[in-house]
Design a protein. Structure first.
Ligand SMILES: Cc1cc2nc3c(=O)[nH]c(=O)nc-3n(C[C@H](O)[C@H](O)[C@H](O)COP(=O)(O)OP(=O)(O)OC[C@H]3O[C@@H](n4cnc5c(N)ncnc54)[C@H](O)[C@@H]3O)c2cc1C
Length: 548
């Protein structure tokens, strides 16, 4: 009989969390989708949500990580081939992502709400496997940068917008769709990309304005992508280039994959070191303006770091509440033990705040160039939430894992993978300090962005006295710009929390908003999750966030 051993029966173990709709189960996400203008996407989100919650998809995620990518530098005759081989599960995951437009939906169908719809899809599907979302995200993010060079965009954008995943290692002219990556980071510095030493030399004989890139890149994820945006030192200064895997004449571009990184997490995704041996590349934007051009891509991948960390927190809440509902300790369900209820509710609050702010941020990415308020908001909120959401994710994942006890710490539990993934969004696309310094840069260079921020949070300040006081305190914090740099982390954290509180006060159920303000404003934040004040309606908060 199933479950029966020679010495004992198996009981009091939670069943696996599967066979449910990941989207429908996430009430906070559904409400944010409606609020931010993407209610029309609910049917497709439901389809993706059901798929994400299926045992089959969860298995794909496990397989793609268990059997990670392998690099083959040479064929059996000794020819250089530079091919990364993936498990079929990885390709299946990519296929779903592209079919649902996670890589390009807002570019191929830019209707109102498209960025929000895509953001929600990323949050849902990331919970199956985070690693393959890296190439999906880079493919999405490359488009705004490519548009700086319209004739190049005219060739690549239709290929990028294809919903067909075509992993064939062929020139794009022979393919049904294309994916893209980026290679900025070099050994001597990733944050300081102006220190890049890769050289770009114009091809003297070329009439196509092409360049040859020579140098190395220390991190290049998804090296089987069809094209990569790179920075290199051109005669006119650091510039942005598109280097395809195959040259237009159908020969392989000399981009050598030296080795794959052996990473803490993100294991389904190949991250490589590459060498450029005079690789053919096209200039994107103006020579000498490479940082300004690539920042268009970086901002969109930063948005995706926020979405990824939001997904990590949602997955943690779903797994922890599910386990605690099905596990009994000392005579009653774990979820009903008062101290565990406090932990679960606190984790849920963080997840809901992250979800609300992530989707509000995604909406700002839809703004037309003339919508100054939304553009300013996007400029400031992107680094604020890149910093804070990514900072919260590892702490959150560790606590959610602990809710499952020993079962959370074994590799068979999804939480082990979630935990190992959780720090990565904080590292890439600008690590914590760099991002906080970017907030300060935005405050200095675009003072109106702060006005846009104040006008947003002011919409809630009469709703909660604690929030009104926190806004006043923040005004004082920001009033001494000359001392801001060493205080940047604490100020950015408070800007994030105040903004999140304002969204929850305006839109979340009263127990959620009340508990968030009570536990996170006015210096109330304690060190660990599970420290909500007495009187918090933990049961109501947990019930709202239970996955089924
Ligand atoms: C899994 C993974 C995949 C990646 N994939 C890619 C990829 O595809 N393409 C790519 O280009 N890169 C990629 N990266 C690289 C990543 O973007 C860099 O690691 C990151 O930008 C940091 O650069 P660095 O490692 O050189 O660290 P550094 O730049 O040396 O920074 C080290 C630390 O110093 C801090 N710091 C830097 N400047 C300051 C300052 N002025 N004041 C205070 N603190 C500061 C940073 O916040 C950071 O904490 C990947 C990284 C990982 C982990």
């Amino acid at each position: 009989m199933v479950g029966q051993f020679d010495t004992h029966d198996v009981f009091n173990q939670a069943p696996p969390l599967e066979g449910y709709d990941v989207f429908a189960a996430d009430r906070a996400l559904g409400e944010a989708v409606d609020r931010e203008g993407a209610a029309w996407a609910r049917p497709e989100l439901g389809t993706l949500g059901l798929l994400a919650g299926s045992a089959g998809a969860q298995e794909l995620g496990r397989l793609a990580n268990e059997h990670g990518p392998a690099l083959h530098t040479h064929d059996r005759y000794g020819h250089r081939i530079d091919v990364v081989e993936y498990h079929p599960a990885y390709h299946d995951l990519m296929r779903v992502s592209l079919a649902h437009g996670l890589h390009a939906g807002p570019w191929s169908d830019p209707r109102a709400g498209a960025q929000v719809a895509r953001a929600a899809k990323v949050i849902v599907w990331y919970q199956v496997d985070a690693g393959h979302i890296c190439p999906v995200s880079m493919t999405y993010a490359v488009v705004p940068a490519l548009r700086h060079q319209p004739e190049v965009a005219a060739v690549w954008e239709p290929m990028i917008c294809s919903t067909i995943y075509d992993p064939a290692n062929l020139p794009i002219a022979q393919k049904a769709g294309a994916t893209c990556g980026m290679a900025l980071t070099e050994k001597q510095g990733g944050s300081d990309v102006r220190s890049n030493t890769t050289r770009a030399e114009p091809v003297a004989s070329g009439s196509d304005g092409s360049y040859r890139l020579t140098g190395h890149k220390w991190f290049c994820s998804a090296p089987m992508s069809d094209g990569f945006l790179m920075l290199a030192q051109a005669p006119g200064g650091i510039s942005c280039f598109l280097a395809p895997r195959w040259r237009p004449d159908g020969t392989r571009n000399p981009i050598r994959i030296q080795r794959l990184k052996d990473k803490l997490g993100d294991r389904s995704n190949a991250s490589s070191e590459i060498e450029l041996l005079g690789a053919w590349a096209q200039l994107i934007g103006e020579e000498g303006r490479g940082v300004r051009t690539i920042i268009e891509m970086v901002n969109h991948t930063r948005l995706d770091c926020v979405l990824g960390s939001t997904a990590i927190m949602r997955q943690g809440v779903a797994q922890a509440t599910w386990h605690a509902t099905h596990r009994a300790v000392f005579g009653k369900p774990l979820a009903e033990q008062p101290l565990m209820a406090n932990v679960l509710a606190d984790l849920a609050l963080e997840s809901e705040a992250a979800t609300a702010s992530a989707l509000r941020l995604a909406r700002s990415y839809e703004a037309p160039a003339g919508d100054e308020h939304e553009n300013l908001l996007q400029r400031l909120l992107t680094p604020i939430f890149k910093y804070w959401t990514c900072k919260r994710a590892p702490e959150h994942a560790a606590e959610a894992l602990e809710c499952l006890g020993g079962n959370g710490f074994v590799e068979e539990s999804p939480m082990a993978r979630v935990f190992r993934q959780s720090p990565v969004n904080g590292v890439w696309e600008g690590s914590g300090n760099v991002i906080c310094l970017d907030v300060l840069r935005a405050l200095t260079r675009e003072p109106d962005a702060l006005e846009a921020y104040w006008s947003e949070v002011a919409q809630a300040d009469s709703g909660d006295a604690r929030l009104a006081r926190a806004i006043d305190d923040l005004h004082v914090d920001l009033s001494e710009p000359e001392t801001l740099e060493p205080r940047a982390r604490s100020v950015v954290e408070r800007m994030a929390v105040v903004f999140q509180a304002s969204l929850l006060v305006r839109f979340a159920p009263e127990p959620v908003a009340d508990a968030f303000c009570a536990s996170r404003l006015g210096g109330a934040r304690a060190g660990a999750f599970g420290t909500l004040p007495a009187g918090t309606d933990n049961a109501a908060i947990v019930a709202r966030h239970a996955p089924i």
